[in-house]
Structures are given as C-alpha cells and as structure tokens.
Design a protein around this ligand. Structure first.
Ligand SMILES: *[C@@H]1O[C@H](CO)[C@@H](O)[C@H](O)[C@H]1NC(C)=O
Ligand SMILES: *[C@@H]1O[C@H](CO)[C@@H](O)[C@H](O)[C@H]1NC(C)=O
Ligand SMILES: *[C@@H]1O[C@H](CO)[C@@H](O)[C@H](O)[C@H]1NC(C)=O
Ligand SMILES: *[C@@H]1O[C@H](CO)[C@@H](O)[C@H](O)[C@H]1NC(C)=O
Length: 290
C-alpha cells in the first residue's frame, strides 16, 4: 500500500488496477492507495529478482483509520507547499483506491486467538466491517476524495492457509460465505454513498466468481496448481510468510497462490483485468507481466 502519491509499475492486482486507471487519463492525476497487505502482493520490489517480494511490513500493519490519519498529514504538507486552493483541487481530482477487509477477516475474525471472533458472529462481524468501512469512506469524502474505487473480497476460504485448516483440504465454505456477504453489503453501501455524497463517484470492484473459477478450474486459465502455495518451507506448513529460507516451486506462473495468503503475479493480473472489465474500464495496455 502507499500513502504517498504514487505512480506505480503495475504488478499486483490493485496496483495494476490503479495504474491501468491512471493510464486512462495521463497527465497529472495522482492516486492514493489505501489497503492491507493483501492488496499489495507486489510492488516495485517485485521487479528485483529476489526470490521473494519484499513488502512494506510496517505500513501494512496500520489500520485504515491510521492510514487516513497519515493521509491527512500528507494533505497538510501539500497545502503548505501548494496553497490551500491548489491542494484542494489536487486532492479532489486524485483517484482513490481502497482495498480493505481480507486481513481483518483472516487475522482477526478467523483466528480464534483474537478476541474479535468471540464477540462477533459471522453476520454481526460483516455488519461491523461494512459500517466501519462506510464511516471511513465518508471520512475520505470529507477530506476531498471524489473518485474512489473500493475492492471487495475474493474467495478467502480457498487460500492455502484456510484449506490447510480443513481436514479434507477443501475450501472453508463458511469463510467464503462471509466474503460473499461482505461483498454484497459493501457493494450496496458503496453504491448508496456514490449517490448520496456530493459529487462522488464511488465504485465497487470485485471478481469473486472469476477468482473462484480460477481455483476450481486452474487448467482453463493456464495454471497447474490452485491449492498449494508456490513458496513453502519444505514440508512445514503453514508458514506465514515467504522468507529467504523458503523453497520456491519451479514455475510460479503455474501456481495460483504465491504463499499461504497471496495470489501470484499472474493470478493477480488475471483478476485485475477481470475486475476492470466488470467496471467497464477498457484496458489500454495489459502488457505488464512476462
Ligand atoms: C460539487 O461540484 C460543484 C461543481 O464543480 C462545486 O461547485 C461544489 O462545491 C461541489 N461540492 C462539493 C461538496 O464538493
Ligand atoms: C502439472 O502438474 C503435474 C503434477 O502435479 C505434472 O505432472 C505436470 O507436468 C504439470 N504440468 C505442467 C504444464 O507443468
Ligand atoms: C457496464 O456496462 C454494461 C453494459 O453496457 C452495464 O449493464 C453495466 O451496468 C455496466 N457496469 C458498470 C459497473 O458500470
Ligand atoms: C493481453 O495482451 C496480449 C498481447 O500482448 C494478448 O494476447 C492477450 O489476449 C491480452 N489479454 C487480455 C485479457 O486482454
């Protein structure tokens, strides 16, 4: 994720999506990306040929509220540099991307060690997430965000970590049900905000069914493995991150998942393209991955 104005090389789903959005209107439109680590599978570090992508672990751990607070700091800085009027124009013309939720689900609700899973049922947790998100999107609007895209969840119950936790290795259907419920409610909320808030064009993007199809029929999409992560630590599973000690699969482009949580570059690219297609955004240049 990024707190600073960012013009990225498109490599991961959200980064790719936003860069493609940018490609539609070159010039000085800047984008701000808010999200958790699952929205930042790749960043420019991916370009280096390190065995594992480096991630900005510190910033990812910030909550969306904290990220918004940092964004306010950026705004104050820009107002000082550019003057209030120019800064306000700049921030109202920028694109905003918010991708949030998967970490909250996976790391808070789904792991019983955290208290959230004791205080919420699935339904009330989804409502809590959507209500929190609504407050955060409204806050971004008061801070000047007018063009914003929110990305929903994929079939989280099928990530390798979740499969590992089922006895059969099947997807956790209860987790997928939560993701679907979240998408339905978040999508409705985003559409409502878009019509209620002044001058707002807020859109909801997701490719849940497409992602599920890649998992169910990997061969149809050019993959050979949609169950195991490419990056493992020998037979030890689950390993929470990919480290320099990890073992990599021979051909990562054959794998849907890079590690226990994250899709590979190639899976991300396909999902990003499908998400854009559903948003009726024409992709001008898709030549971003080898
Ligand atoms: C909405 O857009 C109009 C026209 O650009 C502008 O005059 C008005 O101040 C905007 N309102 C808000 C709340 O951004
Ligand atoms: C796919 O995986 C199977 C075993 O898991 C292997 O036999 C086969 O060669 C692989 N195909 C490709 C195209 O990599
Ligand atoms: C995309 O276009 C199709 C057909 O023109 C329309 O039915 C659909 O609502 C549009 N979707 C979005 C997100 O604008
Ligand atoms: C992306 O571009 C390549 C050629 O550069 C083309 O073969 C492929 O079909 C395109 N994919 C999509 C989803 O448009």
């Amino acid at each position: 994720m990024a707190m600073a104005p960012k013009r990225t090389t498109p490599l991961a789903a959200v980064v790719a999506v936003t860069a493609l959005l940018l490609g539609l209107c070159r010039g000085d439109v800047v984008q701000f990306i808010f999200g958790d680590s699952l929205s930042d599978v790749g960043n420019n570090n991916y370009l280096t040929k390190e065995p594992c992508p480096r991630r900005d672990a510190v910033i990812q751990r910030f909550s969306l509220y904290k990220q918004i607070e940092l964004f306010q700091g950026t705004q104050a800085f820009m107002r000082e540099k550019m003057g209030t009027a120019a800064a306000d124009k700049f921030f109202s013309e920028a694109r905003y991307v918010v991708a949030m939720g998967a970490n909250d689900f996976i790391n808070n609700y789904l792991l019983p060690v955290y208290s959230d899973s004791w205080t919420y049922t699935g339904d009330t947790f989804v409502k809590y997430m959507v209500n929190t998100l609504e407050a955060q999107l409204k806050l971004l609007h008061t801070l000047g965000a007018r063009r914003l895209t929110f990305f929903g969840l994929g079939p989280m119950g099928c990530i390798p970590l979740q499969r590992y936790l089922t006895s059969t290795g099947a997807c956790q259907e209860s987790t997928n049900k939560l993701a679907k419920a979240f998408n339905a409610q978040a999508g409705a909320m985003v559409a409502r905000l878009s019509s209620e808030l002044a001058n707002a064009t807020f859109r909801f993007g997701e490719a849940y069914d497409f992602f599920q199809d890649i998992i169910d029929r990997p061969y149809m999409h050019g993959f050979n493995n949609s169950r195991a992560p490419c990056c493992t630590l020998g037979r030890i599973r689950p390993t929470l991150t990919c480290t320099p000690l990890s073992t990599l699969c021979k051909d990562r482009s054959q794998y849907v998942f890079w590690d226990e949580y994250h899709p590979t570059d190639r899976a991300n690219e396909l999902i990003a393209l499908e998400t854009l297609r559903k948003l009726n955004i024409t992709v001008i240049n898709n030549g971003t991955s080898s």
